[in-house]
Design a protein around this ligand. Structure first.
Ligand SMILES: *[C@@H]1O[C@H](CO)[C@@H](O)[C@H](O)[C@H]1NC(C)=O
Ligand SMILES: *[C@@H]1O[C@H](CO)[C@@H](O)[C@H](O)[C@H]1NC(C)=O
Length: 343
């Protein structure tokens, strides 16, 4: 290229008067050529540099999977490398990904605060309560990818030494609608599932109605609270006794039961554990099993949540006579005397 320009120059140089202008032109062309050459060289340099650091990083960050982890669990052990921060000394601390699958008023809020009291567990709440994140399967998967890259900072974020990272996901937050794709994703990504359901659907229903009522009435000094941290607050919220619609009662219990059952069937291919709210309340070992499942050291977990409805069911429902008449003789009669609290 530069040779061509030289010829152009020499052919024109015969017209002597324009010489200073021409030489300036040549100077600029040469400068431009030099600039192009320099730029492409430096780019080559950059590329080389990038390859170098990539290779360096790869050797640096190849983490050995701990030999204590059984072979069949390998795909559930991860070494994520977040973009927004450095995992520092814990870059090679293995991380389990999890999702808590649940329904509203099944104790999952309480369960999540228990989990988050563990120094190595970070559960990031109902991230799919935001509608745009679940408007189609693409946005769901994008959101999950971002979450599991650990680039998702919430109040539940721990330090670099998080060893179990996840979210809470309600059946009606896109999970049922896209169950096939989501189950595939969870299996491919190596995400474990904790199903958290409530055995006594009748009690759940009471809690749903009471919570809906408070959403409107805002009994605690004008603010709605789905969960409370003191016995005074719990006492105030428990004063309201909902009236159940007995004509649709059996149907709505059956509906809820079916949602749970089909969820378990649809996600049975995932690595999972099934946990009942009633088990966490009664069985001291339930939380240890969860921690073992998540691969974190077992600790005593705690929560500031205070249970709202602690009294026997007949005291919680306005039209108890009707309700018990309706359920007697049905497959749900056992809910009538179900207690889910420790006296
Ligand atoms: C848990 O977190 C602590 C404190 O950050 C850290 O020292 C420890 O290595 C972590 N343990 C696991 C199993 O990740
Ligand atoms: C309502 O507000 C008053 C005054 O600030 C406070 O003393 C009381 O504890 C609050 N009650 C509840 C249930 O939050």
């Amino acid at each position: 290229m530069s040779q061509e320009k030289m010829t152009v120059y020499s052919s024109k140089s015969s017209k002597g008067t324009l010489f200073p202008l021409r030489s300036m032109l040549v100077f600029f062309i040469a400068l431009f050529g030099f600039y192009v050459c320099y730029f492409s060289f430096t780019q080559v340099d950059f590329e080389n540099e990038e390859e170098m650091t990539d290779a360096e990083e790869q050797t640096k960050v190849v983490c050995r999977r701990p030999s204590v982890i059984p072979y069949e669990q390998m795909q559930y052990v991860h070494f994520p490398r977040p973009m927004t921060y450095d995992r520092g000394e814990c870059a090679c601390t293995p991380v389990r990904f999890f999702v808590i699958v649940s329904m509203q008023r099944s104790g999952s809020g309480w369960f999540e605060t228990l989990l988050n009291s563990h120094p190595n567990v970070s559960s990031n709440g109902e991230i799919f309560s935001v509608r745009e994140r679940r408007e189609d399967i693409a946005s769901i998967l994008r959101t999950l990818d971002k979450l599991y890259d650990l680039d998702w900072r919430t109040s539940a974020a721990k330090n670099e030494c998080t060893a179990a990272f996840g979210l809470k996901w309600m059946l009606n937050q896109g999970l049922t609608d896209y169950h096939q794709d989501i189950a595939n994703y969870l299996n491919e990504k190596g995400v474990m599932v904790i199903f958290l359901f409530r055995k006594n659907t009748l009690r759940r229903l009471v809690s749903v109605l009471a919570n809906d009522y408070d959403r409107n009435v805002k009994q605690l000094n004008g603010t709605h609270k789905a969960h409370v941290h003191s016995h005074e607050e719990a006492e105030i919220l428990a004063r309201f006794r909902p009236e159940l619609d007995v004509s649709s009662l059996v149907l709505s219990i059956r509906d809820a039961e079916q949602s749970m059952e089909s969820c378990l069937v649809r996600f049975r291919s995932t690595r999972h554990m099934i946990l009942y709210y009633e088990d966490i309340v009664r069985d001291d070992n339930a939380l240890s099993r969860v921690q073992e499942f998540l691969g974190v050291p077992v600790r005593r977990l705690s929560s500031r949540h205070v249970k709202i409805h602690t009294r026997p069911l007949p005291d919680l429902v306005e039209n108890w006579e009707d309700v018990s008449e309706t359920l007697k003789g049905t497959e749900f009669a056992h809910f009538l005397d179900g207690e889910d609290y420790v006296k």
